[in-house]
Design a protein around this ligand. Structure first.
Ligand code: ADP
Ligand code: MG
Length: 259
């Protein structure tokens, strides 16, 4: 996988123009709160989209609708042109196609690192155990924790655990990776080791949706920045455009607080 290299601005026909994730007029409420309002978002294959915005603006909910951890009230979410399945085996497969990495690392505490990265392959992808372990070891090497395979999550630092979580998601050969504030719970000195793994993934051509406050990452890895406020996508632009010349007052205000 790491041999694959994709030029992001290649343009032209072929996979680079392929719409992998599409949210079409998506609305969602939590009781009286209209948390996602008329969301239109398309993520092309190989594209890296960074979602930013104030706390409570609906970024996590948006991510969670993409792998159906949340249902929508109206509109459509499709992955590779297929609507999201309701439940059962098809839903499990969909979730494997959409890798997700959360702020809290969510590893299985009672399984070793190797088991964490092997389990889903065997259960959902029906890979045989030996092949799954070989692949798990290769992925653990790739994210720089190959020598931690036999430890338990609690024996690892936060940065190492988050890299294991990335390896675990990658083990399912996802079509797209969602990252919801993957470095927010980390001690500062561990943020870069996780961002570097994500940078490398982006360079390798992985399709990614990343919610983050790490503006350096957004500038260097994103093809597009999506700015959300109050449940709406207020602005979409290239990182250069967005950071140098935000159009909306909401974005200007937000940037003035974090930069
Ligand atoms: P963000 O990730 O941008 O901080 P969220 O998507 O987590 O925003 O939340 C958006 C809004 O929806 C917030 O006001 C939050 O309190 C509310 N919310 C999120 N999840 C739920 C839930 N399960 N039930 C009720 N309200 C929720
Ligand atoms: Mg959130």
């Amino acid at each position: 996988m790491s041999e694959v290299s994709v030029t992001k601005d290649a343009g032209g026909p072929g996979p680079a123009t392929d719409k992998l994730v599409v949210l079409d007029n998506v609305n969602k409420h939590f009781g009286a709160l209209h948390v996602l309002q008329d969301i239109e978002l398309t993520v092309a294959r190989g594209e890296v989209v960074v979602v930013i915005g104030p706390s409570g603006s609906g970024k996590s909910t948006l991510c969670r609708t993409i792998n159906r951890l949340e249902t929508v009230d109206s509109g459509r979410v499709t992955i590779d042109d297929k609507p999201l399945p309701e439940e059962g085996k098809e839903l499990a497969k969909l979730r494997a196609d959409v890798g997700m990495v959360f702020q809290s690392f969510n590893l299985f505490a009672h399984k070793t690192v190797l088991e964490n990265v092997t389990l889903g392959q065997v259960k959902v992808r029906k890979t045989d155990k030996q092949a799954a372990e070989t692949k798990a070891r290769a992925l653990l090497d790739r994210v720089g924790v190959g020598n931690q395979a036999d430890k338990y999550p609690a024996q690892l630092s936060g940065g190492q655990q988050q890299r294991v979580a990335i390896a675990r998601a990658l083990a399912m050969d996802p079509k797209v990776m969602l990252f919801d504030e993957p470095t927010s719970a980390l001690d500062p000195e561990m943020i870069n080791e996780v961002l570097e793994v994500m940078q490398q993934l982006a360079r390798d051509g992985m399709t990614m949706v990343v919610v983050t406050h790490e503006m350096g990452f957004a500038r260097s890895a994103a093809n597009r920045v999506v700015f959300m406020a109050d449940g709406r996508i207020v602005e979409e632009a290239t990182p250069d455009q967005f950071f140098s010349n935000p159009r909306s007052d909401r974005a200007k205000d937000f940037l003035s607080k974090i930069l």
